[in-house]
Design a protein around this ligand. Sequence first.
Ligand code: URA
Length: 432
Amino acid sequence: MNILEIIEKKRDNKKLNKEEIEYFIKGYTNGEIADYQAAALIMAIYINGMDEEEITNMTLAMASSGEMLDLSDLGTVVDKHSSGGVGDKVTLILMPIMASLGVNVAKMSGRSLGFTGGTADKLEAIPGYNINLSIEEFKENVKKIGISLITQTGNLAPADKKIYALRDAISCTSSIPLIASSIMSKKIAAGANKIVLDVTCGSGAFMKNIHDAKELAIQMNKIGKLANKETICVITNMNEPLGYAVGNNLEIVEAVNSLKGNMPKDVEEVVLSLGAYMLKLARKGENIEENKNRIQETIKTGKAFHKFVELVENQGGDITYIENTEKFSKAKYEIEVLSKNDGYIKEMNAEEIGKLASKLGAGRTKKEDEIDYTAGIVLNKKVGDTVKVNEKLATLYTNKEQYEEAKEELERIIKISEEKVEKEETILGIVK
Ligand code: URA
């Protein structure tokens, strides 16, 4: 067997067998297969796809490419993962909520990918917060306070780490087999026994339509079953950014405000839905509506916010920033974008807003780029809202001087109609 034969097979749209997939994953992880050969194969998979058996074999090979965590000494651990979005700060809000309700949270999060943000980058925006704990420290933290949020350790699914970065560099992110195997390999290697997945759908997601989002959810559910991990997928709308803030410091502030009870409506719907299913999987409540009430209650009583403070403190973060978010540094330029018309917000394409926030400094265009934590966009409106001429639509935050161009771009992205616009549903489906 050699890599050229494997590339040729997928290039010609033929099915790869288990041994061929394992040969590729092993060879690429240990450096025997070159980046350009892996890029060719990934592109062929992107174009020609994979069937269920291939996706499962790819997932299992990636999961076992490094350490497989054993979290059994922590009891039931429910993991959560999103297939990526713009303004997605759900992990930061939901996980402390779960821990405050007695569900053990041991979660590893990724960095930004393409136009989507990454929770690991957002956590690093909190001065002092250490996302690079050893597995022992990670587990100790969960035992001590019921929650730890870190980034993927070097030895957990290393094949995914390499392929994830490669996909980003060769424009091969939005593919069902590649996303399903990427997410599920990490979840299997990370040791949780129950998984709730947020499958995003729309302009700011990799899955642009409900058909593809359902297909991704079904594939991930099947892999979960095969791996003996109870899995539930919630399909959520990502046509406009989630909440109002896009950018690292800005999203931390929105997450803190949410935990204090001031949560944007769409964020709340996602948090309640994912959280209710997490409680169900953790055997903490069968009734979804009652579970949602308990989540609202733990926010109201301040328990969820205190759990977040405890998490930040336990991982070395400066909690004075969480207690007073005014302390987060601000970008040099704050530029308001005003409406030129009366009407209704018709569209705010999330992918375009994600890319613009990235250009302002909030994300990376190259792997080695440094993130500007202060940069980003805060929207003032959601789709369906009314707007008056000269009313504020959004504020841009950047340290770059070329903000005029960005301002014009945002004016173009936010579409206003004279006719009334209906709000879209946030929760688009559940796949169990
Ligand atoms: N999140 C992941 O972990 N992997 C993907 O491929 C996309 C989103």
